[in-house]
Design a protein around this ligand. Structure first.
Ligand code: ZN
Ligand code: ZN
Length: 324
């Protein structure tokens, strides 16, 4: 079974962070943080529908203009999720340009602010020169986005300012039981894709044509096996304290892939405390407590250029699991 999500850190461990997640089946892409995004191909850029911004320090948000530029002529809206205050930051960036000649452009930017209790939405459309339109607030316990193919949840962590960590999860994996397929004399074909899509959407009324026969969808369900879905967690710029660790461990629990900052080495713990960042050891300990499958340590401080192996070793000593 192919994984639903393909994920890659765009600028390595030292560059301005951006995690690219492609959802192959949907021809769609998600970004976690908007650091430098110049390395993104136009094809992937055009498929980005949702961007999850941890916080708006410049190394995590400098890619906003490049993203906006790529969105101007497209009709599908772009949705940005972030912590309290992100709407003001987006508005400020939009106000930095003149927009008199783009009123016929279809571009629409939706901004969703998560405070820890509620979601506040605002919309900026090219047709109104990106004037802000505020929508009503809705309650949320951390669920930011629910789609038939995946959900995204967030936790508010302390980085001197609120900073969001994210968890992307597939509700379940679907496999076709090939033995059962053979026993029932059903042939492999595009109908399997339709069946899987219907199950994912929860719409199992209706019929499907297989070969020359018509089957009720519910009579085909015995060939679909459901398993645990893929889970990816992304967390960066986090102060070292028990409250942050507890929230992050809960969010990342049993993730298959965990992208986590390790900005400072252990010998610089005092600097880490002052800058609200994790150390290598803290990154490893949190990942171990969360029981993650594979850890991707990232966002190393530029002061350690050339010492990547030493940083990884410090993370490894505390984590003890698989590191990429
Ligand atoms: Zn920061
Ligand atoms: Zn940072």
């Amino acid at each position: 079974m192919k994984p639903a999500f393909h994920h890659k850190l765009l600028n390595g461990r030292y560059g301005d962070p951006c995690l690219v997640v492609r959802i192959i089946r949907e021809r769609r892409a998600l970004l976690f943080d908007l650091g430098d995004i110049h390395a993104l191909s136009p094809a992937v850029l055009s498929r980005v529908t949702d961007v999850f911004v941890s916080h708006t320090h410049i190394d995590h948000f400098i890619g906003f203009d490049a993203m906006l530029r790529a969105t101007l002529r497209r009709s599908a809206p772009l949705t940005l999720y972030g912590p309290s205050g992100i709407t003001r930051n987006v508005e400020g960036r939009l106000r930095g340009y003149a927009w008199n000649l783009i009123r016929e452009y279809p571009a629409e930017i939706v901004v969703v602010e998560y405070s820890g209790r509620s979601l506040r939405r605002a919309v900026f459309r090219a047709e109104s020169g990106f004037a802000k339109q505020t929508l009503p607030r809705t309650a949320s316990d951390g669920l930011l986005l629910e789609d038939p193919a995946f959900t995204v949840r967030a936790a508010v962590l302390d980085h001197g300012i609120p900073c969001l960590a994210f968890s992307l999860e597939e509700p379940f994996r679907m496999n076709i039981d090939k033995d059962r397929l053979l026993r029932r004399n059903l042939t492999v074909g595009p109908w399997l894709t339709v069946l899987k899509r219907k199950v994912r959407e929860g719409s199992i009324a209706g019929y499907l044509i297989v070969g020359r026969k018509r089957y009720a969808l519910r009579d085909l369900l015995d060939i679909v096996r459901l398993g645990r879905g893929q889970k990816i967690c992304y967390a960066t710029d986090i102060g070292i304290n028990r409250k942050n660790a507890g929230k992050l461990i809960a969010l990342a629990k049993n993730a298959d892939s965990f992208y986590c900052e390790a900005y400072f080495m252990e010998e610089d713990r005092r600097l880490a405390a002052g800058r609200y960042h994790l150390t290598t050891g803290e990154c490893g300990r949190i990942a171990r407590s969360a029981g993650v499958g594979k850890l991707y340590p990232m966002h190393f401080s530029p002061r350690y250029h050339g010492s990547e192996a030493e940083l990884i070793k410090e993370v490894e000593e505390e984590f003890g699991g698989r590191i990429s």
